[in-house]
Design a protein around this ligand. Structure first.
Ligand SMILES: [Ca+2]
Ligand SMILES: [Ca+2]
Length: 564
């Protein structure tokens, strides 16, 4: 009976096209819910409070254009639900709804969400703490974004620092991304200080064209704020600036067809000049918007249209590049069924592949030592492919030493290649085996020594499961120390199949080599659980090889991934 009355009144409110004023909203809210609130407050159980919170949240979900009423519903729903941990999801949903619909409540709502996640994080232990910590980090990042958007740079910085402390404590993978965000925020603060100093100079001398030009550039490129830049444009500045900055300050949807192409070209030029990846990305995105608008307006199939389309494609490629440059250093692929694969981003660079003639224990096929350029960034699995990963993609497990987190072993080159093909299909990413050059480059991680950890073989046990410590079996991946680039088990555990046919090395410098065009044996690298140090197989340059159809309980692999 009561519920029906509530529904009817809510329906009337919802049907009302006018915005309900704050005190009217409060009257309406009290009429609807005052008795219910008293009722749930009178019982010690939190279950009825939560039930009412859900009811309020449902009503809030249907409110449109009635900010004051929506605010009351959401805030009260939060208050009721947050009393007990069982109500946290409802409390968060209420705050999220409020944040999304009432801009002036956004920061406050997100602060409450973060405070809520602080409680379970503070009390939990072990795995539960890690999980609560990830949730808290997510809430803090959302809050920092909202603070930054509201131009509260100091607040955003303080929030991110909190997130950084949590990420450090629980060893979260998001630590690097938070660090990057903090750096970006620091850069923004620096730009703001530079602008303030230049403005002071300009006040003393309004004819100081150099300071004026620099202020315009800082607003335009570093802050991506053309409206801010436009305020400083005057007749002392060059023609392009006088023409394009005011045009760019206007809303995109007001730009006429012809201006779109010109502004696209102009922003592309600014992108070329920008050095920080974030600024470059912002300029490219602006250029993209103008070319896209041009294509939307200019329907004639002519040269101008073809030119803009081509430019758009180029910008897409350039954007993908800058986004990778400013992206976090690890990437996680979802293999389904709760199984994931972590890959490490490897920077491009040069290295000397192979070993010098003087290296102890070397074999002839490791020479001639030659310079290799890895021209593009790529990703490499942080660990060998595990059995749970292998099963998620292939549905089978050929391993001799069974264990979901042990590396898959007893796997042929053909099967490893098939796994990569299936994983590419599943994820839409270009997953493959690493080339032999990529493998050695990543194994060395900048080291020119015999081993990636130096020249002293006695340290091998810190980094590898091998003959002396393996007890004749594979071990869980990622248990030993990683190399300098965060790659585990590059030595030992399983040998790792590479993409290349086995063959002689080139005699001079090469770029992105992928081995001989044909052959009968495939390369593998890194040594395995059964090998002794005396065999020399744990040196960075050491090569192994076998038929692609051969399997053995010490053959495994790790995935590489091509980046766009
Ligand atoms: Ca109660
Ligand atoms: Ca290995």
């Amino acid at each position: 009976m009561k519920l029906l009355a509530c529904r009817a009144l809510t329906a009337i409110l919802l049907a009302c096209p006018l915005v309900v004023l704050a005190d009217e909203a409060e009257d309406a809210f009290n009429k609807l819910y005052e008795e219910d609130l008293k009722r749930v407050a009178a019982t010690p159980s939190a279950a009825d409070d939560l039930a009412l919170a859900k009811q309020l949240l449902e009503a809030a979900g249907q409110v449109t254009n009635q900010t004051a009423f929506l605010t009351l519903l959401c805030e009260e729903a939060h208050e009721l639900a947050v009393k007990d941990a069982a109500g946290y999801p409802t409390a968060k949903a209420a705050l999220d709804l409020l944040a999304a619909n009432v801009p002036e409540k956004e920061v406050l709502s997100l602060q409450k969400v973060a405070a809520m996640y602080q409680r379970p994080y503070a009390t939990a232990r072990g795995d539960a703490k890690a999980k609560a910590g990830e949730a808290l980090i997510g809430a803090l990042k959302a809050l920092a974004d909202a603070q930054a958007a509201a131009e509260d740079v100091n607040g955003a910085g303080a929030t991110l620092k909190q997130a950084f402390v949590v990420a450090t404590t629980i060893r979260s993978e998001s630590k690097a991304a938070i660090q990057a965000q903090l750096a970006a925020l620091g850069a923004q603060q620096k730009t703001e200080r530079e602008i303030a100093a230049l403005k002071a100079k300009l006040e003393r001398d309004p004819q100081d064209a150099a300071s004026r030009t620099e202020i315009v550039r800082l607003y335009l490129v570093e802050m991506d704020d053309p409206a801010g830049a436009a305020k400083f444009v005057d007749e002392t500045l060059d023609e392009a600036t006088r023409k394009y900055v005011p045009a760019a300050a206007k809303p995109l949807e007001e730009a006429p067809e012809l201006a779109c192409n010109e502004l696209g070209d102009w922003y592309r030029g600014l992108a070329d000049e920008a050095t920080a990846p974030a600024s470059k990305g912002a300029m490219l995105r602006r250029a993209k918007e103008y070319y896209e608008r041009f294509l939307g307006l200019h329907k004639t199939d002519d040269l101008a249209r073809a030119g803009a389309a081509l430019m758009l494609k180029k910008i897409g490629d350039a954007l993908a590049k800058t986004e990778i440059q400013s992206s976090p250093s690890t990437l996680t692929l979802d293999l389904g069924q709760g199984v994931t694969m972590k890959l490490v981003r490897i920077r491009p660079g040069k290295f000397m592949m192979g070993s010098p003639d003087s290296e102890q224990g070397r074999r002839d096929d490791e020479g001639p030592q030659h310079e290799v350029t890895i021209s593009k960034p790529f990703c490499l699995g942080a660990t060998e492919v595990t059995q749970s990963q292998y099963e998620a993609a292939m549905g089978t497990n050929p391993s001799e030493f069974k264990g979901p987190m042990n590396p898959v072993d007893n796997v042929t080159w053909n099967e490893a290649a098939e796994f990569c093909r299936k994983l590419s299909e599943k994820t839409g990413m270009k997953v493959r085996l690493p080339t032999e050059a990529e493998w050695e480059y990543a194994c060395r991680a900048g080291a020119r020594t015999m081993f990636f950890f130096g020249d002293d073989p006695s340290a091998l046990g810190d980094y590898a499961w091998y003959g002396d410590n393996s007890k004749r079996t594979t071990h869980l991946v990622g248990q030993k120390k990683p190399n300098a680039w965060g790659l585990y088990d590059m030595n030992g555990n399983d040998w790792e199949w590479c993409a290349d046919w086995y063959g002689a090395y080139p005699k001079g410098p090469v770029t992105a080599p992928s081995g001989p065009a044909s052959g009968d044996r495939r390369v593998f690298r890194g040594g395995a659980w059964c090998d002794s140090i005396a065999t020399g197989v744990f040196r960075c340059a050491a090569r192994g090889h076998h038929l692609p159809t051969n399997r053995w309980p010490n053959y495994g692999f790790r995935c590489a991934m091509t980046l766009p």
